[in-house]
Design a protein around this ligand. Structure first.
Ligand SMILES: [Zn+2]
Length: 284
């Protein structure tokens, strides 16, 4: 594709900034690719903050935004090849703004798309060690609870680069997993809108986001888009349980339609572990 056409797409995707200058830090480019320099400048010149989570603040989002996810010079890689432990939606009396992906501490966590590291540090708000990557289409992805961070703010990332190792840092973590979020202008939407996790690939090459994508319902409703078809499932299943006197893991598992094995995995327990009354267990 001609440079000017590619640049036009980049500008169309991320909006026009008034200044073109390299951000602080030393961006790493593979070769002297002026397109990537332009794209780097475009996504880092506004609302760019290495120390705060939500730089867009009250910036309005359009009613509808069309986002191209891949093309011939951008690809997608699964952050971890694994199953979903916990869904996007309402959970434990608060919104869960991402997906929990199963992993073991030390497992490599990869960048989903090309982009630039906006944030790479410990976060006191519950995320623990957190990496945020802003992508050239304006989306951001969040990778939380990492045991180790391998990247620095303002560095350029390719899809598939290992940005850190999975773990369980942060006050909201009860067992090793990757908390993975997808956001547009700070607003979270269900990563399953764009990624088919059971197949390890993107659901489509592009997505149309509307304001309804950013509403997190209280009904545990999960919307999944695949091959253009959207299915919604409602769940009345509880996500947590407070241990009471006389409880056993088997009884808790049976009552809540899960298994002892799952409870052990999610809560770092062994089947023979003594249950502490009052402890809150994750159920799924
Ligand atoms: Zn989570």
């Amino acid at each position: 594709m001609m440079f000017i056409q590619r640049l036009f797409i980049a500008v169309a995707l991320v909006g026009i900034c008034s200044t073109i200058s390299l951000a602080d830090g030393k961006p790493r480019f593979d070769g002297d690719d002026s397109l990537f320099v332009e794209m780097y400048n475009l996504i880092t010149c506004e609302y760019w903050d290495n120390d705060n989570l939500y730089p867009y603040a009250d910036d309005n989002i359009p009613d509808t935004v069309h986002i191209k996810l891949t093309d011939e010079f951008r690809c997608f890689v699964m952050p971890v090849e694994t199953k979903i432990n916990s869904q996007f939606g309402w959970r434990w009396n608060r919104p869960h703004k991402g997906l929990d992906l199963h992993l073991q501490t030390g497992d490599p966590v990869k960048a989903a798309f090309d982009g630039v590291v906006r944030y790479a540090q410990y976060n006191n708000g519950g995320y623990g060690n957190l990496v945020i990557i802003r992508h050239y289409n304006g989306l951001e992805t969040y990778y939380a609870h990492l045991s180790k961070i391998n990247v620095e703010p303002n560095s350029v990332i390719k899809a598939g680069d290992v940005l850190g190792e999975g773990g369980c840092t942060g006050s909201r973590c009860t067992g090793p997993h990757l908390h993975f979020e997808t956001r547009y202008k700070d607003r979270p939407f269900n990563p399953q809108e764009i990624i088919a996790f059971d197949q390890g690939c993107l659901s489509s090459e592009s997505i149309m986001l509307t304001k309804s994508n950013f509403v997190i319902g209280k009904s545990n409703s999960v919307s999944t888009t695949f091959n253009g078809k959207t299915t919604k499932t409602k769940s009345n299943l509880k996500y947590s349980y407070k241990i009471k006197n006389g409880d056993t893991l088997l009884a808790i598992a049976l009552r809540n339609k899960t298994s002892v094995k799952t409870l052990c995995k999610l809560n770092n327990l062994k089947p023979e572990s003594t249950l502490k009354i009052g402890r809150v267990l994750r159920l799924r």
